[in-house]
Design a protein around this ligand. Structure first.
Ligand code: AVI
Length: 331
């Protein structure tokens, strides 16, 4: 752990140690040697992928970001009033903290001061957004944690005696399968005391057409985001994938409540990956499964919370009922 102070109201704790995570090369090796071929979705977010994801958040079909912001804009004061004293707001995967500003402003208005603990793997993003927030809000104190979520939360518990609100926005929970999601929430729950709450953005089940468009927009931004994975293998591992011969396909599997995203080979072909001394053969129509986005019914949200010894204390929706923001309490 490394702590550095960039000003009296700012502390950075840097614990990002990814040595326990399999490297890109190792994951490509195992993911493309198996049947079916898969890739963990975290590898979609290199610099180009992260930039493309920002663009996805602006396309008209991808409603998730927009409606979550709409709910926060309307409900942030109400969320703040759920606490009767100054709290610590911890945010998982904070990125640029743009939606969270709404919450920060309400919490400051309601309690006069706030300690904000953004947890993100990217130290540079943390520092950039912390600087802006500190300039804007005098009564804000920031302890930024550059680490994996779970590790970050352990620090939050050690460093704060105030009630905590742990926010996990953007429907990131949807990229975990249902068991992983429950086990993630159990992990957070184990670090919560009775006064703590968790605020989780969860996208809801809906028509296949709406969901498939959200994950395959007409301008092709999401397709470029997926295909960037092939380009990343070309750049970083000396592979020779031709993105022209793969197609981004997003399919909503209604019963399972998940959008399955794959890069589908458009012909029989072989790709070589020099750095791994690996040749990968594809049948026509064979996919590399890159991502799942799980969607929830209200009953499924209750059950998910229950599995983690949490319950839904408040739930807010956008005007069209597409998306939910859930305040989870222990017990
Ligand atoms: C980051 N995550 C919540 C996005 C989602 O909606 O599953 C990732 C994404 N992939 C394609 N479009 C958006």
């Amino acid at each position: 752990m490394r702590a550095s102070s960039l000003g009296p109201r700012y502390t950075l704790i840097h614990t990002a140690d990814e040595s326990h995570l399999a490297s890109f090369g190792e994951e490509v090796q195992s993911g493309l040697s198996g049947v079916p071929k898969t890739r963990p979705c975290r590898f979609l977010y290199d610099e180009a992928g992260s930039q493309l994801f920002e663009e996805i958040c602006e396309v008209p079909e991808y409603y998730l970001t927009r409606v979550e912001r709409e709910i926060l804009a309307e409900r942030a004061d109400e969320i703040a009033r759920c606490f009767s004293e100054p709290i610590t707001l911890a945010e998982l995967g904070s990125g640029s903290s743009s939606k969270t500003r709404l919450l920060i402003e309400s919490l400051l208005r309601c309690h006069g001061r706030l300690r904000y603990v953004p947890v993100d793997i990217s130290r540079s993003i943390l520092e950039e957004s912390a600087q802006e927030l500190l300039e804007r809000y005098d009564a804000l104190e920031i302890m930024a944690i550059a680490s994996e979520y779970q590790e970050g939360l352990r620090h939050v518990r050690t460093h704060t005696h105030r009630p905590k609100l742990v926010s996990w926005l953007g429907s990131s929970i949807g990229n975990l399968d249902r068991q992983e999601a429950a086990s993630f929430l159990r992990g957070v729950r184990s670090l919560m005391v009775p006064a703590d709450r968790m605020l989780v953005g969860i996208d809801l089940r809906k028509d296949a057409a709406v969901l498939e468009a959200a994950y395959d927009d007409a301008a092709g931004v999401t397709a470029r985001f997926s295909l960037n994975l092939l380009e990343r293998m070309n750049r970083e591992l000396g592979a020779d994938f031709d993105p022209e011969h793969f197609r981004h396909v997003a399919t909503y599997l209604e019963e399972e409540g998940r959008v399955e995203i794959q890069l589908q080979s458009q012909r029989r072909q072989t790709a070589s990956i020099d750095a791994l001394e690996l040749e990968v053969e594809f049948e026509a129509g064979e996919g590399i499964y890159t991502e799942n986005a799980f969607k929830y019914s209200l009953d499924e949200i209750d059950a998910l919370a229950g599995e983690a010894d949490l319950h839904v204390e408040h739930q807010w929706f956008d005007a069209d009922g597409r998306y939910s923001l859930n305040l989870l309490a222990p017990g």
